[in-house]
Design a protein around this ligand. Structure first.
Ligand code: 9G3
Length: 577
């Protein structure tokens, strides 16, 4: 490709809205452009990266025996009503009507559509197992689209759905996807961890996330250096001790705490530590309000709370609800003297001695609060519902857990019969009996992989693409296009590389060398071949890797052979054994 004939609108300035490096470089490098919040154009370079990732995904899905299909982006409401999800989702599901006033949504995921295909087309156990996948544009109306391709509203997903005759079959289908995903992310040049994950409200049993390790990741994961246990913090189990204090129980006392609402404010005001405080939170859910008690220095794990009460959604209650329940404004809630049935008590507060909590009265707190004495500790309401912190230990082997941030690029689920049951999707087994399909579903955020790869592979100059997903493998960089000799050597090498099917661009623009280098480094081509006047006097060109580990001078006539060799070596690094 000739840059004069290409569309690569690079930018000097950082885009204002870019909060993370991948967003910044994708825009500055001319890969993407914003059309609306969370909605992007893919310009030629960006589309090449997406296609590279898609092809790796496709090859590995095919290798695993999955069959590619393409389902519609526009889904009739009836299918989602059958599964019960039409009413479950709020504004994140983009709904609209056609000219006949019929309801539709833009597909955020395709469990219903694929289950409908299989219940119509697959009749016999002899046709199982089957795994259908697609690579398709999805839409989710995120409340806060950010970070470019990382959290867009419109994005490309590879979604796969397996159908088995029994649970052992599901285990095998799941394992095959686990292995395919491992190969895919290796080939994309990503450093990742597989972690146990929450199944969310999509139901089902087992679930794993594929997490790309990056500081800017929105997910937090724990992993055990001792035994390899790894989990999303939302799902993580852990061991911890809450030693019993031998401090004597003092008499309960109500104290004046004017305008002191937060844990920080109150603990400072009363000259004590957040560890002494019993944080009392009230959540609203689709199963009603629930009160959660946790030690002041910990955060509540809302996912676990939601799972325990079997709710689909959970959010902190609004001021009005809190006032209704506690009789006091926000910031003064506490369990003492409060009659509330739906309560969950984190283990961290049971052993608190002479603690502090809200008095359910404006500007007042209780001190010398003793759980069990001043409010009931009901055994079955005591659970582990806080987020793990540094110092917590592995649930399996007791080693202190390590904490990382990650970007979720893949997620696999054992769904079971959630959709086959609600949509009555059955096949005939060996004995001619009708049975429900046992399902699994498996997703990869294709466009998110591109962002994640940049978060992990960049420097202050720009992107350093893993060669497997780079838009081009090499850029020919003639330093002075006006010089006939430079031009003709560059053109000759360019022609030969094209002949050999090397993915090459030639920077045939009449720009200064420095400008061309800046662009090339920003865009992140794995290799450059620099053709300059000085080199030509010696009969050489220079080959440089973007990673910085290779900078060699080669004779003009050896340039093609050398670069092909280097590219081959680089490609092999990303191939799984
Ligand atoms: C919705 C909306 C957002 C959603 C969903 C449904 C997430 C939803 C979970 C999944 C699970 C899997 C296919 C492949 C693998 C993972 N956000 N999820 O179901 F209506 Cl608006 O999508 N789906």
């Amino acid at each position: 490709m000739r840059l004069t004939r290409y569309l690569v609108p690079t930018l000097k300035e950082d885009p204002k809205e870019a909060e993370i490096v991948s967003h910044n470089y994708l825009v500055r490098g001319g890969f993407i452009r914003k059309v609306a919040a969370g909605i992007y154009d893919f310009l030629p370079l960006g589309l090449r990266v997406v296609k590279k990732i898609e092809n790796i995904v496709r090859e590995e899905m095919d290798r695993a025996g999955a069959l590619e299909i393409l389902m519609p982006a526009v889904i009739p409401a009836e299918l989602w009503q059958e599964s019960g999800r039409w009413d479950l989702y709020g504004k994140e599901l983009l709904r609209f009507k056609d000219r006949h006033d019929r309801d539709f949504c833009l597909g955020p995921t395709h469990e219903e559509v694929v289950t409908d295909i299989v219940r119509r087309e697959v009749r016999s156990y002899k046709q199982l197992p089957i795994n259908l996948y697609q690579i398709q544009t999805k839409f989710r109306d995120e409340p806060r689209p950010r970070f470019g391709l990382m959290r867009g509203r419109e994005f490309i997903m590879k979604d796969a759905y397996s159908f088995d005759a029994d649970w052992d079959g599901l285990d095998r289908s799941y394992q095959a996807m686990y292995e395919a995903y491992t190969r895919i992310f290796k080939r994309c040049g990503l450093e990742f961890r597989v972690v146990e994950a929450d199944t969310g409200n999509i139901g089902g049993t087992d679930s794993h996330e594929f997490m790309v390790l990056a500081e800017t990741g929105e997910d937090r994961i724990v992993s055990c250096p001792g035994c390899g246990y790894a989990a999303n913090v939302e799902r993580a189990d852990f061991k911890t001790d809450y030693p019993l204090s031998d401090m004597e129980m003092m008499p309960l006392e109500k104290v004046h705490t004017p305008s002191q609402r937060t844990i920080e404010e109150v603990s400072k005001f009363l000259k004590t530590s957040p560890k002494k405080m019993i944080k009392t939170l009230i959540y609203s859910t689709d199963k009603g309000e629930v009160m959660v008690l946790v030690r002041g220095d910990y955060d509540v794990n809302e996912v676990k709370v939601r799972n325990i009460i079997g709710a689909n959604w959970i959010e902190l209650a609004d001021e009005e609800t809190i006032e209704k329940i506690t009789g006091a404004p926000v910031g003064f809630a506490g369990p003492v003297g409060l009659k509330f049935d739906k309560i969950l008590i984190d283990k961290s507060i049971v052993n608190i001695r002479n603690g502090i909590t809200g008095a359910n009265e404006e500007d007042y707190h209780y001190v010398n609060v003793n759980p069990g004495r001043d409010f009931p500790i009901i055994e079955e309401k005591v659970v582990n519902i806080r987020m793990p912190v540094e110092g917590d230990r592995c649930p399996k082997c007791g080693t202190p857990l390590e904490f990382y941030r990650g970007i979720e690029v893949g997620h696999i689920f054992k769904l079971g019969t959630k959709y086959s049951e609600s949509m009555n999707a059955t096949f005939l087994d060996k004995d001619g009996k009708e049975k429900l399909f046992i399902m699994g579903c498996y997703g990869i955020g294709v466009t998110r992989v591109a962002s994640a790869a940049i978060e992990q592979n960049h420097d202050e100059k720009g992107i350093i693409w893993p060669i497997s997903i780079a838009p081009f493998e090499v850029i020919l960089l003639p330093t002075n296009w006006d010089k006939e000799e430079v031009r003709s050597v560059a053109e000759k090498i360019y022609g030969e590389l094209l002949q050999k099917s090397v993915e090459v661009v030639i920077d045939d623009r009449g720009e200064r060398a420095g400008f061309k280098f800046k662009d090339a480094d920003l865009i992140g081509y794995p290799f450059k071949i620099v053709v300059g006047e000085k080199g030509l006097e010696k009969g050489i060109v220079e080959i440089k890797s973007r990673k910085g580990d290779i900078a060699v001078e080669v004779k003009i006539d050896n340039a093609v052979e050398k670069i092909i060799d280097l590219i081959d070596k680089e490609r092999k690094k990303y191939l799984p054994e």
